[in-house]
Design a protein around this ligand. Structure first.
Ligand code: HEM
Length: 185
């Protein structure tokens, strides 16, 4: 392995480690703040509106990314199209997650309810999986741009599939529980 490549990999590893810390601290801060403050009643509507807008941004970005990935899997698009799309949509996904952590802190979650605790686990998994996805995309970027999914190594195929499944399951769990909480079910 060339020195430049090994340096790039170690830089990417450090970036991911920072990402894991940022997610953990962000999650902890959001939950801690939610137990410490009593927001003014007028704040509820704007925070809930921004929470929903953040769901649209974050979930929308991940669904679109997985649809693009599926098009590569089925051979309808090139790997290089997926690279370009991933680069443009990733900031939107992180803006969504940041917005959800921020606004959630002012929505007074009932953390002692098991279903809310399950939602928080799902949020944490979705965000950590987002950081871990960086390693997968770095690996895909090192492959020739016209690599077909069918020709990729089995380990990489399973990695793509498990990463997409984890992301969808975690996001939809959080969305469904959020809606159940709001509707008082
Ligand atoms: C992946 C992250 C998240 C997703 C996808 C998500 C999704 C949702 C959805 C869809 C709703 C229902 C909104 C409505 O029907 O009007 C909701 C409500 C809610 N969310 Fe989240 N949420 C996330 C993160 C968080 C976090 C981190 C917190 C708290 C720290 C939080 C606290 C709440 C609360 C308390 C409500 C209920 C608000 C109310 O009923 O007035 N959420 N969430």
């Amino acid at each position: 392995m060339s020195i430049a490549l090994s340096e790039r990999r170690s830089l990417a590893r450090h970036r991911r480690a920072l990402g894991y810390w940022a997610v953990s601290i962000g999650m902890f801060a959001s939950l801690w703040i939610s137990t410490q403050i009593q927001p003014a009643p007028w704040m509820h509507l704007p925070m809930l509106f921004t929470h929903l807008a953040s769901v649209i941004a974050g979930l929308g970005a991940t669904v679109m990314l997985d649809v693009k990935a599926l098009r590569w899997v089925t051979g309808a698009q090139q790997l290089s199209d997926l690279w370009l799309f991933e680069r443009s949509v990733t900031p939107l996904a992180w803006a969504g997650i940041t917005g959800l952590l921020f606004t959630g802190a002012f929505l007074q979650p009932s953390l002692d309810e098991p279903i809310t605790a399950l939602k928080m686990v799902a949020v944490f998994v979705a965000a950590m999986n987002g950081v871990a996805l960086g390693r997968l995309t770095d690996t895909l970027r090192r492959m020739p741009p016209d690599t077909r999914f069918a020709a990729a190594p089995t380990r990489l195929k399973l990695w793509c599939l498990s990463s997409a499944a984890t992301s969808q399951i975690a996001w939809w769990t959080a969305v469904i529980i959020g809606m159940l909480n709001t509707s008082g079910a």
